[in-house]
Design a binder for this molecule. Sequence first.
Ligand code: TPP
Ligand code: MG
Length: 369
Amino acid sequence: MYDNLFRIVSSDGRFDERFEPKLSGDELRKMYSTLVKVRMLDDRMLVLQRQGRVGFYVPSTGEEALQVGSAWVLEKDDWVFPAYREPGAALVRGMPLKKIVAQIYGNAIDTSKGRQMPSHLGDRDANFVTPSSPVATQIPMAVGAAMAMGMRKERNVALVYFGDGATSTGDFHVAMNFAGVFNAPCIFLCKNNQWAISLPFTRQTASPSVAMKAMAYGFEGVRIDGNDVLAVYTSTKHAVENARAGKGPTLIEAVTYRMGPHSSSDDPTRYRDAKEVEEWRKRDPITRLRLYLRAKGLWDEKWEAELRKQIEEEFNAAIKEQEAAPKPPIESMFTDVYAEMPWNLREQMEETRARAGKHKGEASEQFPL
Ligand SMILES: Cc1ncc(C[n+]2csc(CCOP(=O)(O)OP(=O)(O)O)c2C)c(N)n1
Ligand SMILES: [Mg+2]
């Protein structure tokens, strides 16, 4: 599973000079700090979830490199169609940390007004489309957006993220076929993290890879080391350049591993071997970039300590602000559907408001209906 993948930096820090991307020292350090931030988001949110301060969380520990390396390539007017496990891509697109934390809290600051499941991030300013929970539904949407950009002769692209489990759905195959036929400027990034909740990749497909499926739809598929941020960056750059040049879609299968539970509601010790997790721990994407930075003279312990302190402070401030923010107003359950609210909804809204007011201060105010 982990052999014969396109890779620039190995787990032990050795790297292949022929394929090193031309990224400045500043950019490489920024990439590293984004990886650290994504990992810290998991650490902080999982603790808050266990303390009952947020309801639910989807961790992405182990999968940071594929999120950050791919989104790094995009330009402002490109579009991202994420699943629920790509906060790193949101950060790279410019979604502020405070908005990400607000979405997980589902408070009044949250752009989705507490209507989405936590970890279903979206940000209009970042062209980051809020995902639906049903697996793979974002894939045909991305192809549609890409086709529209192609028809308008814009040079922008759509990047869609989805898991290995998503490749078993009709939506994946329909979208791949459409993209091939219509030469859509779409990059399909399959995050093969080996598991779809408790179902292993071996039960997902009889094919030896996901990448090879692209051939059937008439375009290129590549299989890469998803824990090597430089390999992800380089492969995505190539795919994006092709899409911008009118050469159509690419499927990238980024091989990685879901180190944590599927979500805060899952216990993976019930269905997988701890040895497997330990094997993958040796392939950690953050350690790997750190070894590369060190070899390039861009890393030392003092810098790391300062970086972590600064990120921790950013989290402390973001969490403090979100905890102090009120819940979304109860009226928001009724707004944003009609330009002019129909009378029956208005009546329901007023009745709800009155009932919520009547029970003010009671425990039931938490759940006013
Ligand atoms: C259509 C549909 N079927 C089942 C589910 C329940 N479900 C949520 S996530 C998930 C696993 C998805 O696995 P994968 O695509 O590999 O993504 P990962 O969670 O590993 O990132 C399942 C089965 C769902 N949300 N939608
Ligand atoms: Mg998966």
